[in-house]
Design a protein around this ligand. Structure first.
Ligand SMILES: Cc1cc2nc3c(=O)[nH]c(=O)nc-3n(C[C@H](O)[C@H](O)[C@H](O)COP(=O)(O)O)c2cc1C
Length: 498
């Protein structure tokens, strides 16, 4: 039975290939209605490899775009033919047309040619009905960028929704560097693509692709974990590594998962989640490149190239309470125009290991600041309780003490620390803002005050707040005497930059 169907498939495949080779204009029909389609144009195979990777990742059908008349093999002849086509708006006929009816999402993977969209892709867009389609453009080039490629797609794909494209450095045929998509280059390209894909709608049905489903207090952990815009990294939003959660738990009862924290406010928790859901740009980045489980960082964007607040939540080095103590802070910070990053470090490891995770995240952000459009020369580090120790360690000793041996990475501009008994100081301290509730039963307000005193003796800029009748783990402190501390903290950071 298997053999029979395999030989039948081979026969059909052969028949299609023969038809294509014979130059007859055949229509290729899609086999599966729910799949995305990945079309690609590739001369020296760089785009071919990436298109295959996308098709595998999204479970899509893969089709190569070929012209009926192949382009010359010689690069110079090829260049002049392309220039001629572009200058005279020639659309070279393709060797087949596609039936796009069954597809909603279409990835278009193409090289830059003469800083333009290659003519065969122009033919494809001009001869197919793209009304209502969602188009995801991906480009490789020799290092000069996509040129007008994405803009031309937007113009030609009338009636389609064109998503923000991704452009990656590929080969450079002019310099004899034809195929580069292997080894480290391929690995990095795959990471970039995965990050890009996270910002894409994942359903191929247009009604669901266009509809953004917000999380509400009644949404469950299952809704969060399976949300199309969050699901690839949602486990790192939640506090416990490797835990099998009760997926029916509503978000209104999320406090049950974070025993050291108090004063949960569901609106504060939902707002940044919905900000991430609405974002059309990538949110999650893997600062260890996928090598270390339970780690990664979330970028909530303020104004481009503004300084960045790097935030770690506490949880006694057992869990990571980002939902209460990091994302809501990040939301407030981006509303003031700064960029904010929530770092997921490993739970259940020593403070040394956890701080190494934070240091690596800072290293990643520093080295990718241009690409991410953030400023890491004036960054601040924010921590609370256990994670305030991590923030303070980075302020005291820099990332270099924690396994990131890059002397270019500066110490933070400011450390913002909440409710911790941390007492260690170095002899070259960083401006520090500290706050704690008077009713804290876990961290001592006096220990915190005495560290601040010692910093003052070093002439280090400080600001210290004690809030009456406030307990440990207050996060934003909404509804308590601590509410508004974050405005003071941002002002403090801002002053250190003046
Ligand atoms: C005719 C031609 C023109 C090109 N023009 C540009 C260009 O203007 N800018 C650029 O960055 N790369 C240019 N390239 C380089 C390709 O975009 C790059 O090598 C790409 O990765 C090739 O993809 P492929 O291997 O899938 O064919 C050109 C390549 C060809 C063949």
């Amino acid at each position: 039975m298997n053999q029979l169907s395999r030989s039948r498939r081979q026969f059909l495949k052969g028949a299609i290939v023969l038809l294509l080779l014979s130059g007859i204009n055949v229509k290729i029909h899609a086999q599966n209605s729910s799949k995305p389609l990945v079309i690609y144009l590739s001369r020296t195979h760089n785009n071919k490899v990436l298109a295959k990777f996308i098709a595998q990742t999204v479970g899509g059908d893969l089709v190569e775009i070929k012209t009926r008349q192949p382009y010359p093999k010689d690069y110079q002849l090829m260049r002049s033919q392309v220039s001629n086509e572009l200058n005279n708006e020639v659309l070279p006929p393709l060797d087949h047309s596609l039936n796009l009816d069954p597809y909603q999402q279409i990835f278009i993977v193409f090289p830059t040619w003469a800083m333009r969209l290659p003519p065969p892709i122009k033919t494809f867009l001009s001869t197919h009905n793209l009304n209502g389609k969602i188009i995801m453009p991906l480009n490789t080039n020799a290092g000069y960028g996509v040129g007008s490629g994405f803009d031309e797609i937007e113009k030609l794909a009338s009636g389609a929704m064109v998503y923000q494209g991704l452009s990656i450095k590929g080969g450079n045929e002019r310099e004899g560097n034809l195929f580069v998509m292997q080894g480290k280059t391929l690995q990095q390209a795959k990471l970039n693509i995965q990050t890009w894909l996270q910002a894409m709608p994942s359903k191929s049905n247009s009604s669901t692709a266009n509809k953004v489903v917000h999380l509400t207090a009644q949404s469950t952990l299952g809704d969060l974990l399976e949300h199309p815009k969050l699901r690839l990294f949602a486990d790192k939003i939640l506090p416990w590594d490797g835990m099998k959660y009760d997926r029916t738990l509503p978000l209104s009862r999320i406090s049950e998962l974070m025993p050291y924290h108090h004063y949960f406010n569901i609106d504060d928790i939902l707002k940044p989640l919905n900000t991430m859901i609405l974002s059309n740009e990538p949110v999650f980045y893997d600062y260890y490149g996928g090598d270390v489980p339970y780690t990664g960082l979330f970028l909530l964007r303020g104004q481009p190239n503004m300084p960045t607040a790097v935030i770690v939540a506490g949880g006694g080095f057992q869990y990571v309470g980002s939902l209460h103590e990091a994302f809501p802070l990040a939301q407030k910070i981006v509303e003031k125009g700064y960029n904010a990053v929530v770092v997921k470090y490993r739970g259940g490891v020593s403070s040394q290991r956890a701080t190494e995770d934070l240091a690596h995240a800072i290293g990643y952000l520093f080295n990718h600041q241009q690409k991410l459009k953030i400023d890491m020369n004036h960054y601040s580090v924010w921590g609370a309780s256990a994670s305030a120790r991590m923030a303070a360690y980075i302020g005291s000793y820099g990332v270099q003490r924690f396994g990131v041996y890059d002397s270019n990475i500066p110490k933070p501009q400011a450390v913002i620390m909440l409710y911790t008994g941390h007492s260690d100081i170095s002899n070259n301290e960083t401006p520090t803002f500290a706050a704690i509730g008077e009713s804290d039963n876990i961290a001592s307000p006096n220990v915190m005050a005495s560290r601040i005193q010692r910093l003052l003796q070093q002439n280090v800029k400080t600001e210290f707040h004690r809030y009456p009748k406030v307990e440990h783990g207050f996060g934003l402190g909404t509804g308590t005497a601590a509410e508004g501390w974050i405005d003071n903290a941002v002002d403090f950071w801002q002053k250190t930059m003046e």
